[in-house]
Design a binder for this molecule. Structure first.
Ligand code: AMP
Ligand code: MG
Length: 334
């Protein structure tokens, strides 16, 4: 299964203690989704949130037949497909990130996702020939949007849209929208590690979000990001992968060579206001690597990042409130 999933966590990624608070968890978007409402909340609000996430999955997943994205893919090279407004908006935003990342973020990675099947039943290392055969299909510039008709057209047969790197962020933003409209004051939404905090905590202390240790199993943190309401989204090589001959093949692909993106980075965390933006950016920066990725982050307002390297060093942008707690790692200043 690869769908919208970026990662699957047994434990919520956040450092707060949700289980002491009313918290609900469901498996949606191919991942563990948990919502913690700190106010006295009606059951119906949880239901509204999860059914909204379910609705988004039913529009954007590539693993459910008949979703808008599935219909776009089925019509690749043949015809434009009219989609729901929100699908159109997310595709448009995905193409924006493709553009500003120079194609490192590419929502048309679908054929690579299918070929490698990293998180599926038959993950394997494809031959160079197989990879070369699909590379021309990884081509965000061949996605044609028609704003008037709200339609999306993949120009080449065999192209395949995959919103797995951005849809969880969008869903998290939409969950928080419901929470705000319900008049609640504080909440955490964690969609498979796509964490969004809402409001101000009762004791006025900052929110604290743990960053996963990339080398460890689940639930151990290298440190904590703290601050006012924010989103904290991580892309890493440990989220979904298989190993063969001692090499880790993970789920974030370089659209340039068709292999899992390789660099000195093990994980990238983006801290900003919109979870959709953070989701796209964490994937983009992971593919770009440290130098180009950091330059992209620093070109954007209100976006901070924490970079965890394979050698256990960590760097962060000036405004990132990250406190290291694991002594195996070193925070390197600039
Ligand atoms: P994330 O965990 O948000 O970094 O998203 C990873 C998921 O996005 C993968 O499981 C793929 O479905 C998809 N994906 C992989 N590589 C890319 C890429 N270079 N650009 C956009 N989406 C990608
Ligand atoms: Mg992402």
């Amino acid at each position: 299964m690869s769908s919208l999933a970026g990662c699957r966590k047994a434990e919520p990624a956040h450092a707060e203690t949700p289980h002491a608070e009313p918290s609900r968890t469901e498996f949606l978007l191919g991942t563990v989704c948990s919502v913690t409402l700190y106010d006295q909340a009606e059951d119906s609000i949880y239901r509204d949130i999860f059914s909204r996430i379910d609705e988004i999955e039913n529009r954007m997943s590539i693993n459910i037949s008949g979703t808008d994205v599935d219909r776009i893919n089925a019509a690749a090279g043949v015809s434009a497909v009219q989609v729901h407004d929100e699908v159109f908006a997310v595709v448009e935003r995905a193409l924006h990130y493709a553009e500003i990342s120079g194609g490192a973020f590419d929502p048309t990675v679908g054929p690579l996702v299918a070929l490698w099947d990293i998180a599926g039943e038959n993950p394997r290392v494809p031959s160079h020939e197989e990879i070369d055969a699909v590379l021309p299909l990884i081509s965000w510039r061949d996605v044609e949007l028609d704003r008037d008709n709200r339609s999306v057209f993949l120009k080449r047969p065999g192209m395949r849209l995959d919103l797995g790197a951005i849809a969880k962020g969008y869903a998290a933003d939409e969950a928080v929208e419901i929470i705000g409209n319900a008049g609640l004051r504080q909440a955490i939404v964690d969609l498979g590690g796509n964490v969004l905090t809402y409001g101000v905590k009762k004791d006025l202390s900052p929110w604290r979000i743990g960053l996963q240790n990339p080398g460890d199993g689940r639930g151990s943190y290298v440190g904590v990001v703290h601050g006012a309401a924010m989103t904290v989204v991580t892309s890493g090589d440990y989220e979904r992968f298989f190993e063969e001959d001692g090499i880790r093949y993970h789920h974030i692909f370089s659209p340039f060579d068709g292999y899992p993106a390789r660099s000195s980075l093990s994980a990238v965390t983006i801290i900003t206001a919109s979870s959709m933006d953070a989701d796209a950016l964490s994937t983009a920066v992971f593919v770009l690597g440290y130098e180009a990725g950091r330059a992209l982050v620093e070109s954007l307002d209100g976006v901070e990042a924490v970079f965890i390297f394979n050698d256990k060093s960590i760097r962060k942008t000036a405004g990132a409130n990250f406190i290291l707690s694991d002594e195996d790692f070193v925070l390197v200043g600039d």
